[in-house]
Design a protein around this ligand. Structure first.
Ligand SMILES: Nc1nc2c(ncn2[C@@H]2O[C@H](COP(=O)(O)OP(=O)(O)OP(=O)(O)O)[C@@H](O)[C@H]2O)c(=O)[nH]1
Ligand SMILES: [Mg+2]
Length: 874
């Protein structure tokens, strides 16, 4: 039997995927007559709306034999609105064919596809299509491909035995290069290996419509296809990548078998596989067996969802990267019961989980998430066809998300009479775009494995909501670190309660950050509209590249929050008289540009959200007692031990009070050990100019070692003062840092001066034990007639800016000046300032890292007190 190979055809919209699929099937003899998209008669675009619109909406498959392989080809949709459908196929591909339309070049969508292929580790062949419509040469295209995608994209249409080609290949891999330089020729097996490891991407050129270059490309794929080894004799497991319905309404579960084999009537859990079908276009053959490596559709399963594994491997889906950014209400015809219809419509979610249908109880409407206008139209059409109901959509709202910026422990306790469960979770910020992940680090002595599994199931079974706006949370790692069950009283549901409460309690105590979807854009406009376009992008809080002017046209690229951009296409069209074009692709979720405004518009009060409580339930004298989230931690029955003290500003604050009280004691210890501490700084009015005038000392490495710092202190005599003073500077953007701490910003709301004084106190303490000179800058730019002035308090320099100068302007200037000679670090949370600071050669410390550093220093100090005190005991 031939070996199995699954290939997917991917590209941006209209690049010719369906056309090339048709050509491939024709060449392989699977089609007797070629259809054409433009004649609405292709084999794969067989849904009526696809034929009407000339675009692919659903991924579809065809099978054919060629070059010793049994191929399954998956044609995917290219329109950005259907990119989640395309993404679902990626995890079952043995190789991808990425089409690039020559006249369009490397578009934003192509780059998005490239990122996805990398993420899913799919070996990739590139076919540059529509060469018949392209005037330029192959070389220009290849240069762009190499620079935008990978330098390891190599033209395979040349003579494969030529020394130039061999050398180009060899450069893709170090080992290969060594053996090549030793004079060894590169073998076909080595090339296959390179391709399968994504170290080389073969490129070919042609025209799908004119059938040019298709046959040689197909034979290229067949000769170098990366062969994966599947274990046909192993235990059965398979990946579900698509759910659809056949003409009679049967639910089809499309799977790729990754191990073992499958026969009809097999029991999977409590469900029985009915038929096994091999689809090609609309037609299928039923089979008595399917084996590892093959793609097939089965009937009889009612609950498996795209992304899930079935059979022996039960791994859970990681969720898709391509996510809708708009949420709309579904408008129903008069008299239609929304709740009943919601239950009916919910089935659509099986086929496309990204729709995330929900029912808004308050407004009594169905809400749905969509990628864009074309998808809305398709949905309307589908709902009409399948449910006989005409729907429409309300205006789209941006889908916000929330994450956290600090590590916290979340606790939940649920103990009404004769119930018991307690859960402790560690919530940590994770990389942007990584979503939510779960783990357990809880010893089985504390909580037995079956309870731990239950907690993990409860964590995964629901979308947890953030506490700023009630939006879904993302980019957080949640780890079970402790918990407790009761021998008699714990029931399954108790852990669900404790787990949900622990997540919310953690979110309440963390510093939450609102995230919004951001787009990459590419703007092509007449050159005379550049000024307007740049201003627009800035107004919309976007970033802009320097405009690239090519003749009459200009090209601007950058990023822009999706929320600011919703109606820009029509605006653009009117001011460029229809000549401007904009292309956007989803970039990811980033901190929201107008967080406060959005939070306010949501009017969400987490403590009033009865469906998502953050409180805990305790049992007191036989009755339940609800303990609010901020008091719950003290009442918990077990201690996770993993998190000795929380890194919140509140704790730092508390510790600071403690340190302040022991300041005298501390000073005494130092003086006993190292002699009298000289006053740290004497001048009272310093500007960055005068700071800059001292001689440049040697710039040694930044080192937070307390021992070193203490030694440094020891040498801190008048003669060495000048040197020490000028080594390193830490510029702190005062108000900015205040607003990055939940406690100080709360205080600032009622008493700004008190918050400022508190920060100054904290910094004085910090300054006392650090080698760098700390300068805190406060905006006084609104003070009429205000002059820049500097105060010195116990070594800390406090700068108030002059009228009409903001702290960041001052810092920018100062960082620029000082960093000419000395090492400067700037602590701020302001993104723009951080960029400026970096460009001026200074280092930057984010607000979060700054607060962490403060705490670290405090811990070092307290440890030193403890050990000193011990030593001093008789
Ligand atoms: N001139 C020329 N036109 C082509 C070529 N390949 C495809 N086309 C045309 O390009 C248009 C789009 O082709 P499709 O095959 O539908 O493109 P697709 O990538 O499947 O599009 P979606 O599935 O909607 O993303 C059709 O009008 C094709 O006839 C080609 O090589 N040369
Ligand atoms: Mg198509």
């Amino acid at each position: 039997m031939n070996k199995n190979m699954t290939i997917g055809i991917l590209a941006h919209v209209d690049a010719g995927k369906t056309t090339i699929s048709e050509g491939i099937l024709y060449i392989a003899g699977a089609l007797r007559k070629m259809g054409r998209v433009d004649h609405r008669d292709t084999f794969l675009d067989n849904y009526d709306l696809e034929r009407d619109r000339g675009i692919t909406i659903f991924s579809k498959q065809a099978i054919f034999e060629y070059g010793g392989y049994h191929f399954t080809l998956l044609d995917t949709p290219g329109h950005a609105d259907f990119s989640a459908e395309m993404e679902r196929t990626l995890s079952v591909l043995d190789a991808a064919v990425l089409l690039i339309s020559a006249p369009d070049g490397i578009t934003g969508q192509t780059r998005t596809l490239w990122k996805l292929l990398k993420h899913y580790h799919v070996p990739t062949f590139i076919f540059v299509n529509k060469m018949d419509q392209y005037q330029g040469g192959k070389e220009t295209l290849l240069k762009d491909i190499k620079s935008y995608l990978s330098s390891n994209c190599i033209d395979f249409s040349s003579d494969l035995a030529s020394p130039e080609f061999q050398e180009e290949l060899a450069v893709c891999d170090e080992e290969l290069l060594t053996s090549f330089l030793d004079g060894k020729e590169i073998t076909n097996d080595q090339i296959k290996e390179l391709i399968s490891k994504r170290k080389c991407f073969p490129c070919a050129f042609g025209s799908a419509l004119k059938m040019e270059g298709i046959e040689s490309f197909l034979s290229l794929v067949a000769s170098f296809a990366p062969v994966k080894k599947y274990d046909e004799n192993g235990e059965f497991s398979a990946k579900v990548f698509k759910i659809s319905r056949d003409a009679t309404g049967n639910r089809l579960t499309h799977i790729k078998i990754t191990s073992g084999s499958l026969a009809p009537k097999t029991l999977l859990g409590d469900e029985k596989i009915d038929q096994i079908r091999f689809y090609s276009g609309e037609k299928y053959d039923t089979a008595t067996k399917a084996v590892a490596g093959q793609i097939c559709a089965v009937t009889g399963l009612s609950s498996a969802l795209p992304g899930e594994m079935i059979g022996s491997s039960k791994a859970l889906s990681a969720g898709s990267i391509m996510q809708p950014i708009l949420s709309c209400s579904v408008l129903l015809p008069d008299g239609k019961d929304p709740i009943a219809f919601y239950k009916e419509l919910k089935v659509l979610e099986e086929e496309d989980p990204t729709l995330q249908l929900s029912f808004n109880n308050k407004a009594q409407v169905i809400e749905i998430k969509v990628m864009g206008e074309v998808q809305k139209e398709v949905l309307k059409h589908m709902v009409k066809q399948r449910f006989g109901t005409e729907i429409d959509f309300g205006p789209g709202h941006i889908v916000y998300k929330e994450t956290i910026s600090n590590k916290v422990e979340g606790v939940g306790h649920f103990e009404p009479l004769r119930h018991y469960a307690e859960v402790h979770l560690l919530l940590e910020p994770a990389a942007p775009g990584s979503g939510i992940s779960f783990a357990t680090k809880c010893s089985t002595d504390k909580l037995s494995l079956n309870w731990q599994r239950l907690v993990l199931t409860h964590l995964q079974e629901k979308k947890h909501l953030g506490v700023l706006t009630g939006s879904e949370i993302t980019d957080i790692k949640i780890t079970l670190i402790a918990g407790k069950a009761h021998e008699k009283h714990t029931e399954g549901g108790d852990f669900r309660q404790a787990t949900y409460r622990a997540v919310r309690q953690g979110l309440m105590s963390a510093k939450s950050v609102l995230l919004e979807p951001v787009l990459d854009y590419r703007l092509e406009i007449p050159a005379d509209a550049v000024g307007r376009a740049l201003t627009d992008m800035q107004r919309m809080n976007g970033t802009t590249s320097l405009p690239d002017i090519i003749g009459e046209k200009a090209l601007i690229t950058g990023t822009v929050p999706a929320a600011c951009f919703l109606d820009y296409a029509s605006e653009l069209s009117s001011y460029t008289r229809g000549e401007g074009q904009i292309f956007t692709t989803f970039r990811g979720y980033e901190p929201c540009h107008n967080e406060e405004e959005v939070i306010e518009s949501f009017g969400y009060d987490p403590e009033l959200d009865m469906d998502n409580p953050s409180s805990s339930v305790f049992c007191s004298h036989g009755s339940s007692l609800i303990i609010p989230w901020d008091e719950a931690p003290e009442k918990m029955h077990v201690d996770s031990g993993l998190f000795p003290k929380e890194r919140t500003a509140a704790v730092i604050e508390k510790e600071f009070v403690k340190y302040k009280n022991s300041e005298e004691e501390l000073k005494a210890i130092f003086e006993r050990t190292y002699g009298k501490i000289a006053p740290r700084y004497v001048e009272t009015a310093v500007t960055y100019d005068s700071l800059n005038q001292a001689d440049a000392p040697e710039n040694d490495n930044r080192d937070y070692d307390l021992e070193a710092a203490k030694k440094e202190k020891h040498q801190n005599t008048a003669s060495s003062l000048k040197n020490e003073l000028n080594k390193e500077y830490l510029l702190v953007d005062g108000y900015n840092i205040i607003y990055a701490s939940s406690d100080l910003s709360d205080l600032a709301k009622t008493d700004l001066k008190a918050a400022r004084d508190k920060l100054i106190d904290i910094l004085i303490n910090f300054q006392g034990f650090r080698r760098e000179q700390v300068i805190v800058v406060f905006d006084a730019y609104k003070v009429a007639g205000g002059k820049e002035h500097t105060e010195e308090m116990s070594g800390l320099l406090i700068v108030y800016t002059k009228e009409a100068e903001t702290a960041d302007q001052y810092i920018e200037k100062a960082a620029h000046e000082i960093s000419k000679k000395y090492k400067v670090t700037v602590a701020t949370s302001d993104a723009i300032e951080q960029v400026i600071v970096l460009s001026s050669g200074a280092y930057r410390l984010s607000a979060r890292d700054f607060w962490d550093e403060i705490e670290r220093t405090n811990i070092l100090i307290s440890e030193s007190i403890a050990s000193k005190t011990k030593k001093d005991l008789p």
